[in-house]
Design a protein around this ligand. Structure first.
Ligand SMILES: O=C(O)CCC(=O)C(=O)O
Ligand SMILES: [Fe+2]
Length: 328
């Protein structure tokens, strides 16, 4: 893909985001990821069945129904099993995760890196704040007994700057969000507040009276919440946004799993906001030999990180607290 046009760069500067409805080719760029995760679900099912946590392997159910069924039967959301991230403060030797070749190829996808290069230059670091999100319909999702909230559900409004440590404040971290299949308002697509990247970093609150979500959120009275813009997109679409853009997601009120990737990049040498986790050089025009091309080495980095964190968890990487007057 050619470099971005002047208009696109101006739009990114003005609105804080860029949307490409057809950046990725579903068959080439997305299907290998979907296929890989079918294998991961098979593995999870085998493990749960061996531990007698489920009564059947549900081999005849389609992917979504099978995922929903095992979450329900175990009263647990197995999101960490699929994720290619580790929680710095809560990782043990047994914390699962998936760092496979199709995921690694997505992080190094040329079409994604071309856009990122246009935004932050040709020295690109893959930031380890990254997730796969598979969200079952909320009404079928196990609830947290303490809060009554679905264990995974709508994402609170936030800025990605707010989920990293303060070192990320002065970086040029870019987030890329894309669905593995169509994201709709019904199944819980992303929503954004165009232009909100100019507000600076707002106060984020842990789950509280003012933030009825799992995870950090900016209370509704701190920004024009009625101006949030839903971003439905077809499989193949991708949204790029800067670290200060306010965004969140809608609830999944459909009958299917809402499935997306969110990846982050920053210029090589800048802080990632989670220094205890491993990133890698995804592209370097100056020093191509520094790029990581081998998914096994990437997987190894995360396995080593797990061992390290299990021995010495990062006590806290959250900079916010519920006592802030804005959260009360
Ligand atoms: O997919 C979601 O629900 C939230 C994603 C998000 O916050 C992000 O990509 O930064
Ligand atoms: Fe986010």
């Amino acid at each position: 893909m050619p470099a971005l046009t002047k208009e696109q760069l101006q739009q990114f500067d003005r609105e804080g985001y860029l949307f490409f409805p057809n950046l990725l080719e579903p068959r080439r760029d997305l299907q290998p990821i979907i296929d890989e995760y079918h294998g991961v679900l098979d593995r999870l099912v085998d493990e749960l069945y061996a531990k007698e946590e489920i009564s059947s392997r549900y081999e005849n159910l389609p992917f979504d129904d099978r995922l929903i069924k095992i979450y329900q039967e175990t009263s647990k959301v197995h999101a960490q099993y699929f994720d290619f991230h580790l929680p710095p403060n809560a990782t043990t030797e047994d914390t699962p995760g998936w760092w496979g070749p199709a995921v690694f190829n997505a992080l190094r996808n040329e079409k994604i890196l071309d856009v990122v290069e246009s935004l932050i230059g040709g020295e690109i670091y893959s930031n380890p704040i990254q997730h796969v999100r598979m969200k079952p319909p909320e009404r079928l999702t196990p609830k947290d007994p303490k809060t009554g909230l679905p264990m995974i559900g709508a994402t609170a409004h936030h800025q990605d700057n707010g989920v990293g440590t303060p070192e990320v404040d002065n970086t040029e971290m870019i987030t890329v969000w894309f669905p593995l299949r169509d994201a709709t308002e019904e199944n819980g697509c992303l929503e954004i507040l165009p232009g909100s990247h100019r507000k600076g970093l707002l106060v984020h609150c842990p789950t509280s009276k003012k933030n009825r979500h799992v995870g950090l959120g900016i209370p509704d009275d701190q920004f024009p919440v009625d101006q949030m813009k839903p971003m439905p997109m077809k499989a193949g679409g991708a949204l790029f946004f800067g670290r200060r853009l306010i965004h969140g997601s809608l609830s999944n009120n459909s009958n299917e799993v809402r499935w997306s990737f969110d990846l982050r990049y920053n210029p090589v040498g800048q802080a990632t906001g989670r220094d205890s986790l491993p990133g890698f050089v995804a592209r370097s025009r100056k020093n191509p030999a520094s790029e990581l091309h081998d998914w096994r080495k990437w997987e190894q980095l995360w396995h080593e990180c797990r061992t390290r964190l299990a021995k010495q968890p990062v006590p806290t990487y959250n900079r916010w607290n519920a006592e802030d007057p804005v959260c009360a």
